[in-house]
Design a protein around this ligand. Structure first.
Ligand SMILES: *Cc1c(COP(=O)(O)O)cnc(C)c1O
Length: 480
């Protein structure tokens, strides 16, 4: 026994270093505070993109050697923050920008330190209540019924996966039915939707790519006809996927009309509003009419609510359909069973143990209220208009007036227009002052503008314009 206690003591001394003493904690947190303050203060001037690669050796984990926090922070700055895309910067106007509001980081810090268990209410009724309060708030924002269920997942991809799984189970798409079942979506739908179909065993369903109108929105006339044809062929249409804000051009499909068609044919109606959803809070509200009629809806607070990466939400009206595949239990969880099944995050998600994500959204909403979020979204809409006007003045061509804050442009040339714009994109990336990305629309290479970061201000757009002008001059020289 004595020997045993001695051994325990030895390990105890060693393992105790994991509990950093209070005085030292103060020093460490002060260093992190200083570091993050410097990071944020430098953002307005920092380049938004560069193509350097990390020094992998510096990132190596060596089991028996330690570093000071100062060293670690300096590696983090040089090998992480300073490489690639500076996603926290307002100069990120490519892809779909994220956010990184500070209040959410504080929520994450509190969630991590207290390590509340947000998977089942038995473990942390308060944490789960916060998860569910955020979901209730989202239901209100999108006029979903109180009886709908929801989940705070890691992002739009997993949120979409949960929704499509519910659609699959509601319509019993399995075994020999799979190859006769039909899904309707447009080429503009986010690629994570087809990926989700593959993951959930629906790789072999029939996918109908819907025709688009000139604004890249689903043409509802052909959708209705296609469904009728498919029924007459003895197939089993079961799911329509629409977008409220596509990644390429920010288009909102005709949500209300599609809702009518889905209802008429008794199909599951899913809307992916990962990027665009929160613009429903703005003067663009009308464009979202019909969103409340979806059977399932996905929004990404790590885009439109400016949170740091790691929060995509799903709302689903048919709770039973979700529980069918996501509710599961084990003997070791016997103490945790509660009656309110759909209010248990673990029953509505592939995850059991999860990060307490609700806090990173709940805390900022409590701290700031909704107003500054709405103002930031309105600001992004106006900045998009401003950007487009200035681009036209510069001699660029712009795409049609966008629904939201994603648009595109190109520089018109007599010949080799695609090559010219590709080179222009390269020169813009080489410059790196502001980060833009490109896409292909109807075979044409175009440069995208996606304004969604809460840190993108008018000065950022002016800086982007100066950069585009510089890059354009360079490209004209390159092409001489
Ligand atoms: C970003 C996005 C997704 C994917 O979401 P992640 O959070 O990146 O997983 C899906 N659909 C749309 C429209 C998006 O903008």
């Amino acid at each position: 026994m004595k020997d045993l206690i001695k051994k325990i003591k030895a390990f105890e001394n060693e393992s105790q270093t994991l509990e950093i003493p209070i005085a030292q904690r103060g020093i460490l947190i002060e260093k992190v505070k200083q570091f993050t303050d410097d990071f944020i203060e430098a953002l307005p001037e920092a380049e938004s993109f560069n193509t350097k690669t990390p020094n992998f050796d510096k990132l190596k984990i060596r089991d028996n050697s330690t570093k000071t926090l100062d060293d670690i922070l300096s590696i983090f700055k040089e090998e992480v923050n300073e490489l690639g895309l500076r996603a926290a910067s307002g100069g990120h106007v490519g892809y779909i920008p994220g956010g990184g509001i500070y209040a959410a980081a504080l929520g994450d810090f509190l969630a991590a330190v207290s390590n509340e268990y947000a998977g089942v209410s038995y473990a942390s009724p308060g944490a789960v209540a916060i998860e569910n309060e955020v979901i209730t708030w989202l239901k209100k924002v999108f006029s979903f019924p109180e009886t709908a269920v929801g989940n705070l997942a890691s992002g739009g991809s997993i949120a979409n996966l949960i929704a499509l799984t519910a659609a699959r189970d509601k319509h019993k798409i399995k075994n020999e039915h799979i190859t006769k079942s039909v899904v309707y979506l447009s080429e503009q739908a986010h690629h994570c939707l087809k990926k989700a179909l593959r993951i959930i065993g629906l790789e072999d369903v029939i996918i109908r790519h819907l025709e688009l109108d000139e604004d890249y929105k689903i043409d509802t006339g052909t959708l209705n006809k296609q469904i009728e044809v498919d029924f007459s062929l003895g197939l089993h249409p079961f799911l329509i996927i629409a977008s409220a804000g596509t990644t390429d051009v920010g288009a909102i499909d005709p949500l209300e009309k599609i809702a009518t068609i889905a209802k008429h044919h008794n199909l599951w109606y899913h809307i992916d509003a990962a990027y665009g959803g929160f613009f429903v809070l703005t003067s663009k509200k009308e464009s979202f009419k019909g969103i409340e009629k979806a059977d399932s809806l996905v929004v990404d607070p790590h885009k439109g609510m400016f949170l740091p990466y790691g929060l995509g939400a799903v709302l689903i009206k048919d709770g039973e359909a979700v529980l069918h595949s996501h509710r599961s239990t084990g003997n070791y969880l016997q103490d945790a069973v509660t009656a309110d099944l759909a209010n248990e995050p673990a029953n509505v998600s592939p995850e059991l143990t999860k990060h307490f994500r609700g806090l990173r959204m709940w805390l900022p909403l409590q701290l700031h209220g909704i107003k500054p979020f709405v103002a930031a979204l309105e600001e992004k809409l106006l900045l998009t208009t401003y950007f487009r006007k200035k681009l036209i003045a510069m001699g660029c061509k712009v795409g049609p007036k966008p629904d939201l804050s994603v648009s595109y442009f190109w520089y018109p040339t007599e010949k080799h227009q695609n090559d010219f714009n590709k080179k222009l994109m390269q020169n813009i990336h080489q410059d790196g002052s502001v980060f833009l990305s490109s896409t292909i629309l109807k075979g044409e290479f175009v440069i995208r503008i996606a304004i969604l970061s809460f840190r993108t201000k008018r000065v950022t757009i002016d800086r982007a314009l100066e950069m585009i002008e510089r890059s354009l001059k360079q490209t004209l020289v390159d092409f001489e």
